[in-house]
Ligand binder design. Structure first.
Ligand SMILES: Nc1nc2c(ncn2[C@@H]2O[C@H](COP(=O)(O)OP(=O)(O)OP(=O)(O)O)[C@@H](O)[C@H]2O)c(=O)[nH]1
Ligand SMILES: [Mg+2]
Length: 405
C-alpha cells in the first residue's frame, strides 16, 4: 500500500485540539492500533502518515497531527508542522470531542480552510455531556460542514469509513489515458529498463497507465526501446498510440513512422494534473534565459546518483545544448520543499513520488514567485524536436502556436 500510486491518492489530514481523539480516530478508521493515544494532551508530537485503501473510493493517505492548541515548550514547532501538513491536504477532518465545547481554535481552523478544502467534521463521543454535543453540532451546521457523531471506543471503524466515502465521492479521479486511445486500436508502451530503473518494479506513472488500459480492455504491448522495431514489424495493424518514457524520446522518434501518434508518460501525467499550459510557458522561457541564470532542478525521489544522472548531468547538458549558455544550478531532492533563492527557471521531475496536492502546492509557489517551470518529460520532447507531435494526441493543436517561442 505504501507503494500505491501517489497521484491517485488523496491526502486527508486529521486536525483538532490536543486530546480531541485524533489518533484514536485514525486507529479506529484503519483498524490498527499503530498511533499512540493517551489521556495526556500532546501525545502526538509529529505528523504521522498512514496509507490506506479506502474502498470503494480508492487509495488515501491519512496524516494524524499534533493538537492545534499544543502549548508545550515545543508547541510552536509542532503547530508549524501541522500548518505544513495542512498545505498538502485537499481534505481535512476536524475532530471535536464532547468533553469540551468548541472554541476559537475550531473557528479559526474552519475559516482558514473552508473555501480551499473539503472540510469534514467528526465529533468524538468522549463524554455524555449533551450540551457540548449540541454546541459541536451547531458549529458544523452553521458552516454547512458534513459531520458524524461517533464513539471510537464503541463504534466500528466501518461507520467512519462509509461516512468518508460518501463525502469524498465527488472528488473521484478522472482518466489518465483511456480517453485518447482511438477506438479499437492497440497501445504500445516503451519502458527502458536502465540503471536508473528501480529493481523488480516499473515506476508509478507506467503502472498507472498500464492499469487503466487493462481496466478498459485496450490491447497493450509493452517493450523496451530495443524491441520496438521488431514489435512494429510483427503487428498486423498499426497501434493507435505509442507512449514512451521521455528519456528515450529521440530513440523512439527515429524508429516510429511519423503517422503514428506518440506521447510520453510524463506528458500524460502533466495533462492529468492540469499543468500542460504552465509547462509550455516554461518551455518558451528556455531560449530567453540569460548567461548565468539560476536554475533549480527538483527531484522528488531520493536515489543515489548514477552515471548520466538526469538531474545533475542530463538536464544541464540539454539546456547548454539548446541555448549555448552556461547557467548556475541548484539540485533539490526529496519531498521537503524549501527554496531560499530567486530562480529564473524550475525544472521538475514527473513528481510520481508526490501526491497531487504536493505537486499543486509547488506549482502554486512557482506561480506566486513568477518562476517559470517545466517538467523533465516536456524538456526531453522539446530537445528531441517532437514536443508538438507529443502533445498532438492530447488535443495538442491548441498549443501549436506556442512551440517556437
Ligand atoms: N470514550 C471515548 N474516548 C475516546 C474517544 N476518542 C478518544 N478517546 C480517548 O481520548 C483520549 C485522547 O485520545 P487521543 O487519540 O490520544 O487524542 P489526540 O487528539 O490524538 O491527542 P494529541 O495527540 O495529544 O493531540 C484517549 O484517552 C482516548 O482513549 C471516543 O470516541 N470515545
Ligand atoms: Mg494524537
Amino acid at each position: 500500500m505504501e507503494n500505491s500510486l501517489r497521484i491517485y491518492r488523496k491526502t486527508i489530514g486529521i486536525f483538532g485540539r490536543c486530546n480531541a481523539g485524533k489518533s484514536t480516530l485514525l486507529n479506529n478508521i484503519t483498524g490498527e492500533e499503530r498511533a499512540i493515544t493517551s489521556p495526556l494532551p500532546g501525545t502526538t508530537t509529529d505528523p504521522n502518515r498512514r496509507a490506506f485503501e479506502l474502498l470503494p473510493f480508492g487509495p488515501v493517505e491519512f496524516i494524524d497531527t499534533p493538537g492545534l492548541d499544543d502549548d508545550s515548550i515545543l508547541g510552536e514547532i509542532r503547530k508549524a508542522k501541522a500548518q505544513e501538513v495542512l498545505k498538502i491536504c485537499s481534505i481535512v477532518i476536524l475532530v471535536g470531542n464532547t468533553k469540551v465545547s468548541p472554541g476559537e481554535y475550531e473557528l479559526n481552523f474552519i475559516e482558514q480552510n473552508l473555501k480551499k478544502k473539503t472540510v469534514i467534521g467528526v465529533i468524538n463521543k468522549v463524554s455524555d455531556k449533551t450540551e457540548n454535543l449540541e454546541l459541536w453540532q451547531q458549529l458544523f451546521e452553521k458552516f454547512k460542514i458534513s459531520y458524524l457523531v461517533h464513539d471510537c471506543k464503541k463504534d466500528d471503524g466501518s461507520i467512519v469509513r462509509e461516512f468518508l466515502v460518501q463525502n469524498l465521492r465527488d472528488s473521484l479521479t478522472k482518466t489518465v489515458v483511456a480517453d485518447i486511445v482511438p477506438l479499437g486500436k492497440s497501445v504500445v508502451l516503451v519502458i527502458p529498463i536502465d540503471a536508473g530503473a528501480p529493481k523488480g518494479r516499473i515506476i508509478q506513472p507506467q503502472m498507472l497507465v498500464l492499469r487503466e488500459l487493462l481496466d478498459n480492455y485496450i490491447v497493450t504491448h509493452v517493450v523496451q526501446p530495443e524491441n520496438l522495431r521488431e514489435l512494429l514489424l510483427n503487428l498486423k495493424e498499426e497501434p493507435g498510440l505509442v507512449i514512451t518514457d521521455s528519456q528515450v524520446f529521440a530513440k523512439v522518434r527515429d524508429i516510429l513512422p511519423e503517422n503514428i501518434s506518440l506521447t510520453s508518460f510524463s506528458i500524460l501525467m502533466a495533462r492529468y494534473r492540469g499543468e500542460l499550459s504552465i509547462f509550455l510557458e516554461g518551455i518558451q522561457k528556455i531560449k530567453r534565459l540569460r548567461e548565468g541564470a539560476k536554475i533549480g532542478i527538483f527531484e522528488a525521489c531520493v536515489h543515489h546518483v548514477q552515471k548520466d544522472d538526469i538531474g545533475s548531468e542530463k538536464i544541464p547538458a540539454i539546456l547548454k545544448k539548446l541555448t549555448g549558455r552556461n547557467f548556475s544550478y541548484t539540485l533539490h531532492k526529496g519531498r521537503e520543499f524549501k527554496i531560499n533563492e530567486k530562480l529564473d527557471l524550475a525544472v521538475h521531475c514527473g513528481g510520481c513520488m508526490l501526491t497531487n496536492e504536493e505537486i499543486h502546492q509547488r506549482i502554486a509557489y512557482f506561480k506566486e514567485q513568477g518562476i517559470k517551470v517545466i517538467n523533465y518529460g516536456m524538456l526531453f520532447a522539446y530537445d528531441a524536436g517532437i514536443l508538438e507531435r507529443a502533445l498532438k494526441p492530447l488535443g495538442g493543436e491548441a498549443f501549436a502556436d506556442r512551440f517556437n517561442g
